[in-house]
Write a protein that binds this ligand. Sequence first.
Ligand SMILES: Cc1ncc(COP(=O)(O)O)c(C=O)c1O
Length: 349
Amino acid sequence: MQTSHIIDLRSDTVTLPTEEMLEAAKHAKLGDDYYGEDPTVNKLQEMAAQRMGKEAALLVPSGTQANLISLMSNCCRGELVILESESHIYWYEVGGISSVAGLFPWPVKTELGAYTSEDLKAAIKPKSLSYPEPSLICVENTHNRHGGTVLTSHQLNDFSDIAKQNNLKLYMDGARIFNAAIALQTTPDRLTKYVDNLMFCLSKGLCCPIGSIIVGNKEFITKARKIRKLLGGQLRQAGIIAAPGIVALEKMVDRLKVDHENAKLLAQKISKIKGIKIDLDSVQTNMVTFDLDSRVEDKVFLGKIKELGVLALAMSKNKIRLVTHYGIERSDVEKASAAIELTLAGFRL
Ligand SMILES: Cc1ncc(COP(=O)(O)O)c(C=O)c1O
């Protein structure tokens, strides 16, 4: 089997900026963002706030920093934060929630990333001399480690009611909020109206090289701006980053549905291969996660498909993830599934 180019399905973070983004960066009007004088940054932040139905927005270098700034802007040190046990904040952000923000994470296990009302209520401890004060509930939409699963407005409404009843804030790691909105055939503001604030990433399926945006009310964003400075995230002529972000919001959102169609096709194709166990209902956006037969070592599997020109990621032992994105065509999906089939046939399962 021959492949002319590498089919990189490890993540949508591998996407490269489009020509239009590079042109926009080259011609962006710039200024010093410390003084709020970069017109391109200001334009992007206004667009982002408007798209998410909130008062204000703040451009920051990465999703990890966006989450950390948001945690620190929503909470005081020593407080308790309820989050999903497979969430990106809990798994992949170097424990900054504790080591930098000084917060106590309280993980809650879920099916596919959505709390049940009972589990969420049970996680909110009553006031006690012994417990840290709870202050925030986090959700992730779409949910990365659960395979790009979506939280609906109905579910978010429930979480919001519970948060309000208990005087807690609700925050969304919406790194891929546009994927959620496209999958639900809605607009992001219809999902974000249930949360106090959120962040989303420009640098994933939207193809920007750098950048995430925190969105919330003016008071929250003023606080976040200061914490961004504290963490070294205050940039100067950041219009160079913001200009591709504007192109992303204008041109790259609607096409995410193509990634979702490709993910579904890929999931259907590989579901027929011996040695793969996949829950097709979990394939809701641009991610395909499956269990590999325990007789096959994941490292060996990944090495063999790599020889055939396909890159994938192991999320945990024998749990493999494939992500579709800009630059992955239907023909790549066909080739990738053929490479996986050929590889597993070699194991004679
Ligand atoms: C759900 C989620 N949140 C946050 C992040 C962090 O983003 P970044 O890699 O820009 O720090 C990621 C990255 O993949 C993610 O998937």
